[in-house]
Design a protein around this ligand. Structure first.
Ligand SMILES: NC(=O)c1ccc[n+]([C@@H]2O[C@H](COP(=O)([O-])OP(=O)(O)OC[C@H]3O[C@@H](n4cnc5c(N)ncnc54)[C@H](OP(=O)(O)O)[C@@H]3O)[C@@H](O)[C@H]2O)c1
Length: 229
């Protein structure tokens, strides 16, 4: 049966490549994005496939839940959730205020949490689900937490969320939650000096979202290899 995948930040960068890949694989793809127009414009870039735009600004909880519930009512339950959208605030900590820090946490941590809270119970009930959180080495303790403060802290919290929620999944269902680091990718966020293409950056998340039963759960990967938190 056709699986439904929702990809946040699906209108550009790595997210658009994830959308393209799932469309080619025959999934029903819900391209979630901040503004519908941008999503529709991006969709024109996808050849074929069953792609639907869902306007979903990630700025507050209800603004995420309402379109999510509407989308499930129209397209059916989400089998695969890719929390790809992200905000990079590179303000130095000395100038950072808590409002900006909260904005980064909202997009990079709280929005993925809200979406997982919507999707996970039904995945567990139906016995199948894949959640992939797009994280970053800049939010990794293992790699020294070297990113700008708001970004590093919000991605580290996303990593913590990944492990914490993965630990709650019953062992007898084929449901997993993992995190992916795409590497340094040539997108608006990564800049033009980045050596990795968006397609290459999308690969690990797609791999995690399509693994067979008994695949990894609660782990962090880059280039399909497990990395430290
Ligand atoms: N590029 C890299 O080198 C790199 C490295 C490590 C991790 N990552 C992670 O990979 C993911 C994708 O990054 P990317 O490089 O593809 O970035 P990108 O090209 O800048 O795209 C970011 C996406 O997130 C969306 N977004 C941001 N804030 C949003 C909000 N408030 N509501 C809804 N959507 C919002 C953007 O929507 P709009 O188009 O409307 O702005 C856009 O679709 C991010 O989580 C990022 O942290 C990237």
């Amino acid at each position: 049966m056709t699986k439904n995948v929702m990809v946040t930040g699906g209108n550009r960068g790595i997210g658009l490549e994830i959308v393209r890949a799932f469309a080619q694989k025959g999934y029903k793809v819900l391209l979630a994005c901040r503004e519908e127009e941008k999503g529709e414009a991006a969709k024109k870039d996808i050849v074929g496939g069953d792609v639907h735009v869902v306007e979903m600004p990630l700025n507050n909880e209800q603004g995420i839940i309402d379109p999510y519930v509407r989308a499930e009512a129209v397209y059916g339950p989400i089998d695969v959730l890719i929390n790809n959208a992200g905000e990079l605030d590179d303000t130095k900590w000395q100038s950072l205020n808590t409002m900006s820090l909260t904005r980064s946490l909202q997009v990079n941590t709280f929005a993925p949490f809200t979406l997982i809270q919507q999707a996970l119970p039904s995945m567990i009930e139906r016995g199948y689900g894949r959640v992939v959180n797009m994280s970053s080495g800049w939010g990794s303790f293992h790699q020294g937490m070297e990113g700008p403060t708001a970004y590093a802290v919000s991605k580290a919290a996303l990593n913590a969320l990944t492990v914490n929620l993965a630990n709650t999944i019953p062992k007898d269902v084929d449901v997993t939650i993992n995190a992916a680091c795409p590497g340094w990718v040539h997108t608006r966020m990564g800049g033009s000096d980045a050596p990795t293409s968006p397609k290459e950056g999308a690969d690990t998340a797609i791999w995690l979202a399509t693994h067979d039963a008994n695949g990894p759960n609660g782990k962090f990967f880059r280039e399909r290899k497990e990395i430290g938190w």
